[in-house]
Design a protein around this ligand. Structure first.
Ligand code: NAD
Length: 342
């Protein structure tokens, strides 16, 4: 017979405090979970329990098998739902694509919020959720408020630093929530990142993240334009990139994520792998949409953000495969436009 959720919670009471659950093992989540679990193991001298959960079970299975191979004797359990992940651990990290997925994981049936009602009070109070998804500020605030009404805690902690930063454990976390929740979350975040920045109350981390990605989305397009123009003027990509990167045009979109193969030989940007990996164009389009929506609500003019949003939409419309490619694939889109003499 399947144990009731309450019995399950009691049975797990002794392990729940030593257990961490990670939900969403995508391009960012996988390396983040790897760093978090491996550093927790070392710091807790081996006494820790780990749980992973992803909508794609095969991804969870592959992660668990890989981790067990790297750390023999360590078990990573697979939760079949966010509810199971919550029952198993008092610390839960979520790294999902966007707003609808956060609603599914936190609010809907089988999610964290309904499951919290099934836990004993002490277990609810001990629960800390860290959501690193980039989603809309309003939804994040509502979910956080609903979680805190039950007695648990949630911080928004979106990240900056990309897949390379996730792998190296050097991400910046932009945190929104109460000061107490921030302090409770910090040791966990330090195992995945280098800069843990308190931005203010609930939603403040997301507000900062959306503003940062507005800058990044626009910069990646203008770097692509400049690299194309320079090539047309006969400049070697490597020479042009080194000029920009040591001049006033310097930015991450050029110095690390340069969209032209061979332009930054000491780095390994996605363009070197046909734009595979990195930050998917569909996610950059999503972030531009988040900026535009919040700008409309706050009556903030966003002429460059609006133009960039249209360009990323065109990149995907022109080549649907580009949706999964790194957003620096905008360079390829512009190059082909140029070839079409538009
Ligand atoms: P991704 O699409 O690669 O991964 C998302 C993962 O969530 C997938 O494995 C998916 O199966 C899983 N998922 C979706 N719905 C789920 C559900 N209901 N339950 C459980 N799992 C579910 O995305 P990513 O690139 O890892 O990005 C994650 C977040 O981080 C996004 O909000 C993105 O904007 C942000 N971000 C990404 C980057 C980057 O460089 N990729 C950088 C900074 C921030």
């Amino acid at each position: 017979m399947r144990p009731s959720a309450r019995c399950l919670a009691q049975a797990l009471a002794s392990t729940r405090s030593h257990s961490v659950s990670f939900i969403g093992l995508g391009r960012m989540g996988s390396p983040m979970a790897y760093n978090l679990f491996s550093k927790t193991l070392v710091e807790n001298e081996g006494s820790a329990r780990f749980v992973v959960c992803d909508a794609r079970t095969a991804v969870s299975e592959a992660f668990a098998a890989d981790f067990a191979k790297q750390f023999p004797g360590t078990q990573v359990d697979i939760a079949n739902s966010p509810e199971e992940a919550l029952m198993a651990s008092q610390t839960i990290i979520t790294m999902l694509p966007s707003t609808p997925h956060v609603r599914a994981v936190y609010v809907e049936s089988g999610g964290i919020l309904p499951a919290l009602h099934k836990l004993p009070k002490e277990a609810v109070h001990a629960t800390l959720c860290i959501d690193s998804t980039t989603l809309d500020v309003e939804t994040a605030r509502v979910v956080s408020s609903d979680i805190s009404k039950i007695g648990a805690r949630l911080v928004d902690a979106p990240v900056s630093g990309g897949v390379a930063g996730a792998k190296a454990g050097t991400l910046s976390f932009l945190v929104g929530g109460t000061k107490t929740a921030f302090e409770l979350a910090t040791p966990t975040l330090e195992r995945m990142g280098k800069n843990i920045i308190y931005c203010g109350g609930s939603g403040a981390g997301l507000a900062a993240k959306i503003c940062n990605n507005l800058v990044l989305g626009v910069q990646q397009i203008v770097v692509s334009e400049a690299m194309l123009l320079g090539q047309k003027l006969g400049l070697e990509p490597k020479v042009l990139a080194s000029v920009i990167n040591s001049s006033t045009g310097a930015c991450w979109a050029s110095s690390v994520n340069n969209p032209v193969p061979g332009a930054v030989p000491d780095k390994s940007p996605p363009c070197e792998r046909d734009y595979d990996g990195g930050f998917a164009t569909r996610l950059m389009l999503k972030d531009m949409g988040l900026a535009i929506n919040i700008a409309e609500t706050t009556k903030t003019p966003l002429p460059l953000g609006t133009a960039a949003n249209e360009i990323y939409a065109e990149v995907i419309e022109d080549d649907p495969d580009a949706a999964e490619k790194d957003f620096s694939a905008v360079h390829r889109y512009l190059r082909l436009l140029k070839n079409k003499d538009v």
